[in-house]
Design a protein around this ligand. Structure first.
Ligand code: PMP
Length: 305
């Protein structure tokens, strides 16, 4: 039986339903997160990656939408571990927490409603092709601006922007979209942050480029600096720089570290996964599975030993 955490209890997934009149369904007034847990076969252990950081972001975002939950970060980590144990998860898994207003009410507002949290697990493998790399298209859609719907928050309704861009890219035969912000600078992918490598240095759009404050982005900055000894510039990136980059990769919980091998029909570098990208992938995939001792503090073990 598959369990879901729903309205304060672990219930079978068939019982975790909401009414068609639910406010958040109509206005996208919900905040969500995406976490991954990785199975380590030798240790027979499941590791949740950045559990604390994801729930900190969830609660921070929820607070901004006047959604005060009766749970702390520690409570939510404990609930997640219990959910994974109840479902007997012994493979890589994706975890989706969702905070929404359960009120059956029609006004698009953020006050006077009751927030609720649901958490479920989802078996999905690679989100994008991390081995061969992907082809991307600069979208005709602009990233939503901080003064309209902040990209900094994982607001459900904001993802119409991602959905429009991703759909346009898929219909045109590409794997993913890169969105520019309203100033015309590179923001991010539909569900990933972006990095460029130029002349042995890494460049990524800074937080004020209307992007999500990605947790993988932060982790990758640490790894580039401390493990690969590569400088990282956080700054504005022009579209034309994408066409001059030696390497490009996307980062995200779902996307992990995904090489970009083509942008708008131009090869990135020689059109294959770049050297730095490949070194980064190597260390990232070891760390997330608990294979590098000094990074074990990024992980939360699920099973008692
Ligand atoms: N940007 C957007 C728009 C996203 O949806 C995501 C996925 N959460 C990311 C970036 C990457 O964020 P993270 O590394 O925290 O998963």
């Amino acid at each position: 039986m598959e369990y879901v955490f729903f309205e304060g209890d672990f219930v079978p997934v068939e019982k975790a339903n909401i009414n068609i009149k639910t406010n958040s369904l109509h206005y996208g007034t919900a905040i969500f997160e995406g976490l991954r847990a990785y199975w380590n076969e030798e240790e027979q252990q499941l590791y949740v990656l950045f559990a604390k950081e994801h729930y900190e972001r969830l609660l921070r975002n929820a607070k901004a939408l006047f959604m005060e939950l009766p749970y702390s970060v520690e409570d939510l980590v404990t609930i997640t571990k219990e959910l994974l144990r109840k479902n007997g998860v012994k493979q890589d898994v994706y975890i989706r927490p969702l905070v929404y207003f359960k009120d059956l009410a029609l006004t698009p507002k953020l006050i006077g409603y009751t927030p609720e949290i649901a958490i479920y697990t989802y078996n999905f493998g690679r989100y994008l092709d991390t081995s061969q790399g992907i082809r991307v298209k600069v979208s005709s859609w602009r990233r939503n601006d901080d003064n309209s719907i902040p990209s900094r928050w994982k607001v459900a309704g904001a993802y119409i922007n991602s959905a429009l861009a991703k759909t346009e890219a898929l219909i045109a035969g590409y794997d993913e979209a890169i969105l520019l912000n309203s100033q015309g600078y590179v923001a991010e992918g539909s569900g990933e942050n972006i990095f460029l490598i130029r002349n042995g240095k890494a460049i990524t759009p800074s937080y004020n480029e209307h992007i999500l404050e990605g947790i993988t982005r932060n982790a990758v900055i640490t790894l580039l600096k401390n493990e690969l000894l590569i400088g990282v510039e956080e700054r504005s990136v022009a579209r034309s720089e994408l066409y001059c980059a030696d390497e490009i990769f996307l980062t995200g919980t779902a996307a992990e570290v995904t090489p970009v091998v083509e942008v708008d029909n131009r090869k990135v570098g020689n059109g294959k996964t770049g050297e730095i990208t490949s070194q980064l992938q190597d260390i990232y995939f070891k760390i997330v599975r608990g294979k590098i001792e000094r990074y074990k503090n990024w992980l939360t073990p699920v099973y008692e030993k």
